[in-house]
Ligand binder design. Structure first.
Ligand code: UD1
Ligand code: CA
Length: 455
């Protein structure tokens, strides 16, 4: 059985925040969320999160069937932290293992962890790295034959040991039964007065257990976050990595450094994305979609060949093929825009279907409406969908022409092919194929004179 233990009890003092450190986000997802996603990719039998500072908030944020929480009231060291998880560990067979991860090391990849578990065989395996500047890390001490002997922490290391450049990333995989035995033997007689998880390495060697190692494919995978500066660095690394993957898939990014995905972005062929865009939640861009500069797109599907022009904001919307949206359009949840439709500047759609080939090009609010095909919505048209208590629907038939500055007081229906004169306040249904208008007819007053200033 595979157990994954995630250490997440630390305070994160240097974040200078009321939020527990592991809840601080990278790409819109709490760091611990990234670690849990990666952990789940390994299909473990159980995940145990060791919580301390802000334990309640961490539990609340990540309560799930496959996650157990182990409280660690006092942070007495990484060995002590793992010990708190042991009562919750699932055990059954001799090849049972525990993999130890960290809630503040969010970018480690599942492939790297898979390689570590592979390297372990039936023994202990350490994820290590060779760094030009190893200062601060635990060092991997090897013998003349290159076999791992133990780990020495920076603060306990001799000058000779400090010269070692192979460091401990902290991530390791161990046989469960042996891990229990070793941890019960670890003491805190060291420079920091802590129970070091790293001391199990020396105990494994004493027991004659082989100690293997693996290294991450990319050095950034094992970077941890202790400060806002490091958080910002990891954010850029993660965004750069997502940009790189999209470029490799054939997406054009005007500038891979000015682009943010906070969720999942799926792109078809020959998609173009201009600078400064933010994608959140789950977004699908079909073949040939072009996204102009500074658009925000969240939980949306955009059809093939559609253009989203600058400064558009799209959330919870479905857009058909070859449509034109923006600049400055706002599509809110429940907006459905048909193929070849146009939604222009300062037009807001909410829970509204705009049919194929229909156009709302300027300054409109269309809420709770079902609009047919080839409809023209004039500038300044507003659906009055709300009486202050309830919402009502507006229905507009195919080929209708809505004159500018029209108010449609819902519930109301405009028949197919109907024309509404500009400035109409529609309070009753408008019949098919007729002109409906509600404004008083225009008059010109003969002989009228402008008033003159009294002398
Ligand atoms: C640890 C390793 C060191 C390694 C380094 C990599 C030990 C003794 N040392 O050192 O070899 O090079 O990580 O970054 O393991 N935590 C708890 N409870 C505790 C103590 C720590 O949950 O009682 C959590 C912390 O929140 C943190 C992680 O464990 O996420 C690491 O703890 P930290 O004290 O930062 O270990 P390091 O001194 O960096
Ligand atoms: Ca650390």
């Amino acid at each position: 059985m595979l157990n994954i233990i995630i250490l997440a009890a630390g305070l994160g003092k240097r974040m200078r925040s009321d939020l527990p450190k592991v809840l601080h986000p990278i790409a819109g997802t709490p760091m611990l969320g990234h670690v849990l996603r990666t952990a789940r990719a390994l299909s473990p039998d159980r995940i145990i999160v060791v919580v301390g500072h802000g334990a309640e908030r961490v539990r609340e944020a990540f309560a799930a069937d496959d996650v157990a929480f182990a409280p660690q009231a006092q942070q007495l060291g990484t060995g002590h932290a793992v010990m708190q998880a042991l009562p919750l560990v699932l055990e059954g067979a001799a090849d049972d293992a525990c993999l130890v991860l960290y809630g503040d090391v969010p970018l480690v990849r599942a492939d790297t962890l898979g390689a570590l578990l592979q390297a372990r065989g039936e023994g202990l395996a350490l994820l290590t790295q060779t760094l030009a500047d190893p200062i601060g890390y635990g060092r991997i001490v090897r013998d003349a034959q290159g076999r791992v002997r133990r780990i020495v922490e920076q603060k306990d290391a001799s000058a000779q040991e400090q010269a070692i450049t192979e460091i401990n990333t902290g991530i390791l995989a161990a046989p469960t039964a042996a891990l229990r035995r070793w941890l019960s033997q670890v003491d805190n007689h060291n420079a920091q007065g802590e129970y070091y998880l790293t001391d199990i390495v020396g105990l494994a060697v004493r027991d004659g257990m082989p100690v293997a190692h693996a290294q991450p494919a990319s050095a950034w995978e094992t970077l941890g976050v202790n400060s806002r500066v490091q958080q910002a660095q990891l954010e850029r690394i993660w965004q750069g990595e997502q940009a790189r993957q999209l470029l490799e898939q054939g997406v054009t990014l005007a500038d891979p450094a000015r682009f943010d995905v906070r969720g999942e972005l799926h792109c078809g062929r020959d998609v173009f994305i201009d600078v400064g865009c933010v994608f959140e939640g789950s977004v699908h861009l079909a073949d040939g979609v072009r996204v102009g500069p500074h658009c925000v797109v969240r939980d949306a599907e955009i059809g093939a060949g559609t253009e989203l022009e600058a400064y558009s904001h799209v959330q919870g919307a479905l857009i058909g093929a070859s449509a034109r949206i923006g600049p400055y359009a706002r599509l809110r949840p429940g907006a459905e825009v048909g193929a070849e439709a146009h939604v222009g500047n300062f037009v807001e759609l909410k829970k509204t279907r705009l049919g194929r080939g229909s156009k709302a090009n300027h300054l409109s609010y269309l809420g709770d409406a079902v609009i047919g095909e080839r409809v023209n919505i004039g500038a300044g048209t507003i659906t009055c969908n709300y009486d202050g208590v309830n919402k009502f629907q507006t229905v507009i038939g195919d080929d209708a022409f809505i004159g500018s500055d029209t108010q449609l007081v819902a519930p109301v229906t405009v028949g197919r092919g109907a024309t509404l004169g500009a400035g109409t306040t529609l309070t009753r249904d408008a019949p098919e194929d007729q002109l409906t208008l509600s404004r008083p007819s225009q008059v010109a007053v003969p002989g009228w004179k402008r008033p003159k200033r009294k002398s």
